[in-house]
Write a protein that binds this ligand. Structure first.
Ligand code: IPM
Ligand code: MG
Length: 346
């Protein structure tokens, strides 16, 4: 029997509603696979409620404890009652940075049965490989003369050859295994320092993958093509902030943020990877039991795959695709969607 220790962190808002559905489907798929695998879960409370009660987000001791797990399954963070940035920096970014989640991998597939706002979406099946530990997200910067008319603020974008290379290499490997097409996206016509570093790293790694066709797009142009011709993409690699923006757009064109899964991967195996839906805590619909758990369920498939449970991952994906193909406009609760997907597994 192989035991996997999963750290479960539902977080805020709809995170607490969708995570149980993902765990339900994951367990069902493990049972159906007949593999001698056991999941042992530890629940971590990192939420607005805790911050209000204790002033804590995620402590260093908890971060150390997370390292003893095989994977982290995360719901969502953010709440309007907490100043913007406190939970985001104190919880999800603390884990991405502290656990070296170099690659934020976000697949975008237009599934049969999903509804795209595009008139003619065509076939869409690409992944965005977003750098996860650098760029404008590092928190480098500050403000001077705060709260005066002369306030100055800096938010420094940090870009290292090391950080870019491990992300770019992962993207090339993915492209090699898929349709051999890599698009790197930046803005090197303006951000000449970071942009040309990215370009040089891509050009340095490319010769190792002679089968992969590489092209470059400026970020603004990429937003046009993602709407007018999303079928052109196979693998996109880009920096942290551009990747954040592009993956919301990618989710929108492929049927909505309720379907978009993601994996924050520690590519060196030095700490557990983290799996989460791309969406946030959705305070506007939280507590009503109507959030779509599909993205969270697909994130469980990504988690299974990263744990080497390929059959389990495939089983979950197939069940989700079958559910999507037939769901139509039926209004279903969060639990009803989870139950329907679980029932397809057997
Ligand atoms: C995402 C989210 C996060 C990000 C927030 C919650 C910090 O938007 O996962 O895309 O900006 O990375
Ligand atoms: Mg985002």
């Amino acid at each position: 029997m192989t035991t996997f220790r999963i750290a479960v962190m539902p977080g805020d808002g709809i995170g607490t509603e969708v995570i149980p559905e993902g765990l339900k489907v994951l367990q069902r798929a493990i049972d159906a696979s007949g593999e001698p695998v056991e999941l042992v879960t530890t629940t971590f409370e990192a939420s607005a409620k805790r911050w209000h009660e204790t002033g804590e987000t995620l402590t260093d001791a908890e971060l150390a404890d997370l390292r003893t797990h095989d994977a982290i399954y995360f719901g969502a963070c953010g709440d309007p009652s907490v100043p913007s940035g406190v939970l985001e920096r104190g919880i999800i970014l603390k884990m991405r940075f502290g656990l070296e989640h170099a690659v934020n991998m976000r697949p975008s597939k237009f599934f049969a049965g999903a509804t795209s706002p595009l008139a003619d979406p065509g076939e869409i099946d690409f992944i965005v490989v977003r750098e996860g530990t650098e760029g404008s997200y590092t928190g480098q910067g500050g403000s001077l003369r705060t709260d005066t008319p002369h306030e100055v603020a800096t938010e420094v974008s940090v870009n290292t050859w090391y950080g870019i290379e491990r992300t770019v290499r992962f993207a090339f490997e993915k492209a090699q295994a898929r349709r051999q097409k890599l698009t790197y996206v930046h803005k090197h016509n303006v951000m000449v320092h970071a942009g040309h570093l990215w370009r040089r790293v891509v050009e340095h790694v490319a010769p190792e993958f002679p089968d992969v066709a590489v092209n470059y797009e400026h970020t603004d142009a990429c937003t046009i093509y993602m709407v007018t011709d999303p079928g052109r993409y196979d693998v996109i690699v880009t920096d942290n902030l551009f990747g954040d923006i592009l993956t919301d757009l990618a989710a929108a064109v492929t049927g909505g943020i309720g379907l978009a899964a993601s994996a924050n991967l520690n590519v060196d195996g030095t700490a557990p990877s983290l799996f989460e839906p791309i969406h946030g805590s959705a305070p506007d619909i939280a507590g009503q039991g109507i959030a779509d758990p599909t993205a969270t369920i697909l994130s469980a498939a990504l988690m299974a795959e990263s744990l080497g449970l390929d059959v389990v991952a495939k089983t979950i994906q197939t069940a989700v695709e079958a559910d999507l193909a037939e769901r139509g406009d039926a209004e279903r609760s969060t639990a009803e969607v989870g139950d329907a997907i679980a029932a397809r597994i057997g």
